[in-house]
Design a protein around this ligand. Structure first.
Ligand SMILES: [Zn+2]
Length: 344
């Protein structure tokens, strides 16, 4: 896919231009409607791609410019979910949100992101990565008044995600990534059925597959939650062994500025790892040397040909200037380590 050592990428989202949506917010309403919105989203996708290539990012994405939210936008395109009937639930055991209700069998009305992926594919020859929500994270963002079973609903979503993933693969996507922050919260469920659902979602795919597991965007609910986790964040320890044995090719995780003990990466030995070397919960721009230092630490546990420098999570809530500077730091830091590896 790419011959470069330490190919850089982002977890997925980038800030949207202020003419498209309110900046520095999640679930930010669109500022355009109808055809103007569709045009605006495509224009923003091109801008996001341009900013990644300008920053020297190797594996590029759409910056998630056509979606309002990484989970909700996918669900909006499904049958069986009523967005008018809303219930307040606690997302990831952490914060309350008003969510739509599952009222019948869930199925995909049509392709959700495939046209966007084809559009991105036409714009670049670089490898492209496309993010989809993971089944467990999807069920955590809904009130289920039909299946009455988290496992059953997640399995149905896995089948739907698999249909979408196969179309994305056919559209020329090189890496399909499933975002599963819920894997960092519901450990027993992950091991009982969450991993099986994820494997169902990637069934029959020939492109590379990734799962992104993080401690969330830099929003208040997440930073408050992180304060309760103590000096060592060992959440990954519960799910890494199962991920290591899974058919998923790449694990995307949070490292820089987090309290995840770096030696937990040993549990993933043999897998490709997207190492978060950029903190998305801070406005402070990393220096290239700080990025390099995080990568050097990770290299103790990951072979150089399996290390993919990345961001800790999506950058949607950041300002565009901050995101641009952080992407440039990611590139520059990776370059330092690449040069060091070339000398050894
Ligand atoms: Zn994330």
């Amino acid at each position: 896919m790419t011959n470069i050592l330490l190919p850089t990428s982002t977890a997925g989202s980038l800030p949207k231009p202020s003419w498209l949506a309110e900046p520095e917010a999640l679930w930010s309403p669109w500022k355009l409607q109808g055809d103007a919105l569709a045009d605006g989203q495509r224009d923003a996708l091109q801008v996001a791609l341009h900013e990644q290539t300008q920053a020297g990012i190797d594996i590029v994405s759409d910056g998630e410019q056509t979606r309002q939210h990484f989970v909700t936008t996918f669900i909006e395109n499904l049958n069986g979910v009523d967005f008018e009937q809303r219930k307040t639930v606690t997302i990831r055991d952490r914060y309350q949100a008003s969510v739509p209700t599952v009222i019948g069998p869930v199925s995909r009305q049509q392709s959700v992101f495939v046209e966007d992926a084809k559009f991105l594919r036409k714009q670049t020859k670089q490898p492209i990565k496309w993010a989809l929500p993971g089944p467990m994270t999807m069920i955590d963002t809904l009130y289920d008044d039909y299946y009455h079973s988290r496992e059953k609903l997640a399995w149905e979503f896995a089948k739907i995600l698999n249909q979408e993933a196969k179309e994305l693969e056919a559209a020329g996507v090189d890496i399909i990534q499933f975002d599963e922050p819920a894997f960092n919260v519901f450990f027993d469920d992950v091991n009982d059925w969450g991993m099986a659902c994820l494997e169902r979602a990637i069934e029959g795919l020939n492109c590379e597959t990734a799962v992104h597991i993080c401690y969330g965007y830099g929003i208040k609910a997440n930073t408050e939650w992180k304060k309760t986790l103590g000096d060592e964040w060992r959440q990954y320890e519960s799910v890494f062994p199962k991920l290591q044995k899974s058919n998923i090719d790449i694990i995307s995780l949070e490292c820089h500025n987090s309290r995840v003990p770096i030696e937990l990466l040993e549990l993933l030995r043999g897998k490709k790892v997207m190492v978060g070397a950029i903190d998305v919960a801070s406005q402070v721009i990393e220096t290239p040397e700080e990025v390099a230092q995080t990568l050097r630490q990770a290299l103790k546990f990951i072979d150089a040909d399996k290390l993919y420098p990345c961001t800790n999570c999506g950058m949607a809530p950041l300002s565009r200037a901050t995101a641009r500077a952080k992407l440039a730091a990611l590139s520059a830091g990776s370059k330092i380590v690449r040069a060091e590896l070339a000398q050894t």
